[in-house]
Design a protein around this ligand. Structure first.
Ligand code: NAI
Ligand code: MG
Length: 362
């Protein structure tokens, strides 16, 4: 099977971190004989500058046809005053919406060399490797009715949490599949104690489990208690599956347990395509970081790890993804640090390119 990849570097530090991913892709081609059919296009502010839209129809079509899309970041102060309809973020939102990427994967992994970097104690965080699966296309961010309305002589703000059985079932399957490839354990989080949509969520997850994944260990937890458990003893979890709103918060909490924004990858997956691979968009969690753009301070690891997730979830290259993660582990253990990973006593930071080169060498 060929491996087609669309690269959308975007704005700010996006192109800078993507240049380091290119080195990794070239290494896999030269040293492991894995050919990637790579194309590149514009997204975000740079696409607006060139075409008057943050994502052209041609780029959208390309994204729909490839095995995986890898995006850097979009946005920047230059575009803050643009009309809402052409803002850089709209390019990213269009990709997520038209590809129907309902399952958002956010790993929280503690690299040994960075265990001191966490706000939690080393024994709590050391060896952590969990995955949060957040429903991304429904729930309270999309439900109708919504808006600010006048009721008598005061205003009311309304958003609606709405989930269909099908929407819950597909993200639950995504979590159970992941668990089977990991440690066979899923914890589902909602607020079934106070929300009817939470009762349905719990019921559907349990039903999918009993009918299709009885081999996976399933537990349920209220999302607020889940937040406490995440900072108390995160290693009790393997895969967590939750809705859009709770997932937004819990994935940010879990991710920051392990250190810098410059280290965090993500994947957003949709339904399987004709070749069996899921529609997929991979991107670092961070934004375009205009404050450090052009200074060589950007940490490329989040974007490189996002490519690692593409290796694992789109290209069927789990061993290669492991290899890449081990290389990053080694580089960090050797003390190579970009500016965002510096601690008191560290020497001069590595530049973006030096970090990329060190990972390729490792
Ligand atoms: P940001 O993530 O770009 O930056 C937050 C802070 O983290 C900054 O101090 C930045 O220098 C630092 N940082 C981020 N990534 C880093 C990396 N790889 N290495 C080292 N340091 C890093 O978020 P911010 O400042 O709120 O937004 C900046 C722009 O990015 C805005 O236009 C925003 O709309 C956009 N944005 C885009 C996202 C995306 O493309 N997915 C996500 C978040 C923000
Ligand atoms: Mg968020």
């Amino acid at each position: 099977m060929s491996n087609s990849l669309l690269i959308l570097p975007g704005d700010g530090i996006g192109p800078e971190v993507m240049a380091e991913v290119r080195k990794v892709i070239d290494w896999f081609g030269a040293r492991r004989g894995i050919a990637f059919d790579v194309s590149e296009d514009l997204v975000g502010g740079c696409a607006y500058d060139a075409h008057g839209t943050p994502l052209t129809d041609a780029a959208m079509e390309k994204a729909q046809s490839v095995d995986a899309v890898l995006l850097g970041a979009v946005g920047g102060p230059k575009y803050d005053k643009l009309d809402f309809s052409v803002k850089p973020e709209r390019g990213l939102l269009r990709l997520r919406k038209e590809m129907d990427l309902f399952s958002n994967l956010r790993p929280a992994v503690c690299f040994d060399a960075l265990a001191d970097f966490s706000s939690l104690k080393k024994e709590v965080i050391g060896g952590l490797d969990i995955m949060i699966v957040r429903e991304l296309t429904s729930g309270v961010y999309f439900g109708e009715p919504r808006g600010v309305f006048k009721e008598g002589n005061e205003r009311v703000g309304i958003n609606t949490q709405r989930y269909t059985e099908g929407e819950i079932a597909r993200v639950a399957r995504s979590a159970f599949e992941l668990a089977r490839a990991r440690n066979n354990k899923v914890c589902s989080m909602e607020k079934a104690n106070v929300m009817e949509s939470g009762i349905l969520w719990r019921d559907v997850v349990q039903e999918i489990h009993d009918a299709e994944y009885p081999d996976v260990e399933l537990s349920h937890m209220y999302a607020d208690a889940g937040g406490m458990q995440l900072v108390r003893w995160p290693k009790q979890f393997d895969v967590i599956v939750t809705d859009n709103l709770f997932g937004d918060m819990l994935s940010d909490v879990a991710a920051m347990l392990t250190g810098s924004l410059g280290m965090l990858p993500s994947a957003s997956l949709g339904a399987p395509m004709a070749n069996g691979r899921p529609k997929a968009l991979y991107e670092p969690v961070h934004g375009s970081a205009p404050d450090i753009m052009g200074t060589g301070k950007a940490n490329p690891i989040a974007c490189i790890l996002s490519f690692g997730m593409a290796l694992r979830y789109s290209f069927g290259k789990g061993e290669e993804a492991d290899l890449l993660e081990r290389a990053i582990d080694k580089v960090l253990a050797d003390g190579v640090r970009t500016a965002d990973l510096m601690q008191a006593g560290d020497k001069t930071p590595a530049t973006t390119a030096e970090m990329g080169d060190a990972i390729v060498a490792a």
